[in-house]
Design a protein around this ligand. Structure first.
Ligand SMILES: [Zn+2]
Length: 286
């Protein structure tokens, strides 16, 4: 390919991916990520894309999920590449098995840090089922996985320390109340009033692409209001926003990174591709 074309192509790509306040796009070598800029003091929040890993089609390339049929050693390498940028060995990424449940648990013990990081099923996991993790521990990164479902990350301060929750909110989890449970678990972990509650809603399937049958659409409208349904298309992000607001996060403190995973080929989409990889929502307290 002519060098000039490559340069023009890169410039065009940059132009098309301008930062979206309060999120900005970061490129580390080949890895592209979105960082959330409004987390509370000392908390880092990132959403990964498909770029920069070693997995091959249909998982190309930064697949972080062990359970989707990709080669285990490639997933471990991808996690090494990701963690390497932050100074974390992949063994410290706590990464529970997700079940579309409403269960949110606290990571509070050093011995549980890194549960799920090797991809092997353990009957002794402290986090199963688990579709959300909360922690106030430092240097204990939480990683949950997505391919259309809504990543919700909530950060807060309490009594001079920071807390973070990472929640996996698909349709079933939203209806079951997983987002509200996440905020409740934050309050329990703090054991005190939460201050400066701030939430990020990450890349997920948009109302443009998420059509369901009429019964599911009307059930969703009954739960989250008619504005969360457009025809038979569900707006999962709006439902997540409503849940966050009901749980006490200020409307102005809920921020949406408006990228549809099914429209944008930079992301994995189960709806679009069926067999595919998983991107991550990654957060930790420094
Ligand atoms: Zn879409």
């Amino acid at each position: 390919m002519p060098a000039l074309f490559v340069v023009m192509n890169d410039l065009l790509k940059k132009y098309l991916n301008l930062d979206r306040d309060p999120f900005h796009r970061e490129e580390w070598g080949h890895i592209d990520l979105w960082e959330f800029d409004r987390a509370v003091k000392g908390v880092r929040v990132y959403f990964t894309t498909r770029s920069g890993g070693v997995s091959e089609h249909p998982y190309r390339s930064l697949n972080l999920g062990f359970h989707v049929g990709d080669a285990r050693e490639r997933v471990i390498r991808n996690r090494e590449l990701l963690g390497g940028h932050f100074g974390f060995p992949p063994e410290r990424l706590t990464s529970p098995r997700q079940r579309h449940s409403d269960v949110v648990r606290e990571l509070g013990r050093e011995q549980d840090v890194g549960d799920g990081a090797d991809g092997r099923e353990s009957a002794f996991s402290p986090f199963d089922p688990c579709d959300g993790l909360v922690t106030s521990m430092e240097r204990a990164p939480l990683l949950l996985l997505f391919a259309d479902c809504v990543p919700v990350v909530v950060t807060a301060r309490s009594g001079g320390r920071s807390l973070v929750a990472v929640i996996h909110a698909g349709r079933a989890g939203l209806v079951a109340g997983v987002v509200a449970n996440g905020v409740r678990r934050l309050r329990e972990t703090a054991a005190a009033e939460l201050e400066k509650l701030t939430a990020a809603i990450g890349p997920s399937i948009g109302p443009c692409c998420y059509e369901v049958d009429a019964a599911a659409a009307s059930a969703f409208a009954a739960r989250f209001g008619s504005e969360a349904v457009q025809g038979r298309n569900l707006d999962l992000r709006l439902a997540a926003r409503r849940e966050l607001e009901r749980a006490g996060v200020g409307a102005g403190d809920v921020h949406l990174l408006d990228i549809c995973t099914a429209c944008d080929q930079d992301f994995y989409s189960y709806r679009r591709d069926g067999v595919t990889g998983r991107q991550g929502a990654l957060a930790w307290i420094e």
